[in-house]
Ligand binder design. Structure first.
Ligand SMILES: Cc1ncc(COP(=O)(O)O)c(C=O)c1O
Length: 409
């Protein structure tokens, strides 16, 4: 039986994530993969999880295995609110909604805001998962340029002229580029958006993974300061997650937003999954409490800083001069730009013959640009494997630059 004509129209714009398809190809053990966004599994605090899980089941089993409020576990919301608050900016736990990974947060946000053809500002390139979450609503994407300091404000000004409903940004160590929005640009962004009829989505999965430079204030706190508010009142919607700082298998993220937006998000989340897993919220709280999360993040920073430095050194040493790359101050990724005639998809096919993998940048871009870029992850491989992988890529690139494959049509 042919089901094709039964599927809803919105499925026609959905396609399988090329990243997931590529990850399948990299499953061979001999492949050094810089493709996924995976944290280092050997750093998962498994013992702490084992103790926490046993404690939760033994001491709080009846609550932890029960249905629970859509908003999330009270203690966990308090912990998140406390970690994000500053002396001048107080987040009430009522403004925190627990979600099933920040990816669900993006999906729910798109569901409550986007009508067909609504305009949405995105960094170009941007996070593929947000493109996937928004595509069913056929938004008109307004791509803005980025450089080493994040969004180029002139291009944001042009995009705002078109009266978008939403601005989506990953301000810290952006996926896929690795760039961070500077303090000055943050101020300019808030200046341009705080009194407009739109929402700004501040997606921040990587902010705590900083290895050099200084921490930047969150957009949501800057917006509050601009309004003279001490709490969450404005048009910034902040997303965070345990995926990169604890474990992605938990599937726990959070949205921080004003009362009216949280209210709508709770309604739509009820229709999606009633609530995020009670059990994993209890376990995540038990793992994180008493300062454990902070000390764990400290360890992650040390290991990832070393891996970032090893990758940057190896790129500097082995890559041909015609190739350039971003130098991230944190996060898990950096982006490489090849000479214009080299197609990173074609290059990936050949890279797999060299047993090394990356994600081509085309799919992260709006429009027909970025075919000559690719994203490298530096958190998942051990330092010696990072060097070996970069050497393999460098050897391939040197060959490719002599006899380039046909440019993408
Ligand atoms: C920018 C960005 N937003 C959201 C997510 C989704 O994270 P989660 O595991 O919390 O759903 C990711 C994951 O890689 C990401 O890079």
């Amino acid at each position: 039986m042919n089901f094709e004509n039964l599927f809803a129209e919105r499925m026609s714009v959905m396609k399988r994530s090329s990243i997931r398809e590529i990850l399948k190809l990299t499953a061979r053990p001999e492949v050094i993969s810089f493709a996924g966004g995976l944290p280092a599994p050997e750093l998962f605090p498994t013992e702490r999880f084992a103790e926490a899980a046993a404690k939760v089941i033994t001491e709080q089993g009846q609550q932890a295995l029960q249905y629970s409020p859509t908003e999330g576990m009270a203690e966990l919301r308090e912990l998140i609110a406390g970690r994000l608050s500053t002396p001048d900016f107080h987040i009430d736990p009522a403004n925190v909604l627990m979600v099933t990974g920040s990816q669900q947060g993006l999906d729910l946000i798109c569901r409550i805001f986007l009508n067909d053809s609504d305009k949405m500002v995105v960094e170009n390139p941007t996070y593929l998962g947000m493109l996937m979450a928004s595509r069913p609503y056929h938004p008109r994407y307004l791509p803005v340029e980025t450089d080493d300091d994040g969004i180029v404000i002139d291009t944001l000004d042009d995009a705002l002229e078109a009266r978008p409903k939403m601005v989506y940004t990953v301000p810290n160590f952006q996926n896929p580029q690795g760039v961070t929005l500077s303090t000055e640009r943050r101020e300019q962004l808030i200046d341009r958006t705080y009194n407009r009829s739109l929402v700004v989505i501040e997606d921040n999965p990587y902010g705590e993974l900083r290895y050099s430079g200084s921490d930047q204030p969150s957009l949501i706190s800057m917006d509050a300061a601009k309004r003279g508010a001490s709490g969450v009142e404005g048009n910034i919607i902040y997303l965070g997650t345990f995926s990169k700082i604890l474990a992605p298998g938990l599937r726990i993220g959070w949205i921080v937003a004003n009362d009216a937006i949280i209210d709508k998000l709770v309604q739509i989340k009820q229709s999606a999954d009633l609530h995020s897993s009670t059990l994993t919220q209890y376990i995540a709280y038990e793992v994180s409490r008493d300062g454990f999360l902070e000390s764990h993040i400290g360890k992650l920073r040390e290991v990832y800083r070393q891996r970032r430095d090893v990758m940057l050194d190896a790129l500097e040493t082995y890559f041909p001069a015609e190739v350039t790359w971003r130098k991230p101050e944190g996060g898990l990724f950096l982006m490489v730009t090849l000479p214009e005639q080299v197609d990173a998809y074609d290059l990936l096919q050949r890279a797999l013959e060299y047993d090394v993998a990356f994600v081509p940048g085309g799919d992260f871009h709006i429009g027909k640009s970025g075919w000559n870029t690719f994203r490298l992850n530096f958190s998942n491989a051990q330092p010696d494997m990072i060097v070996e992988g970069v050497k393999r890529l460098a050897a391939l690139l040197k060959e490719e630059l002599v006899t380039p494959a046909a440019a993408h049509k």
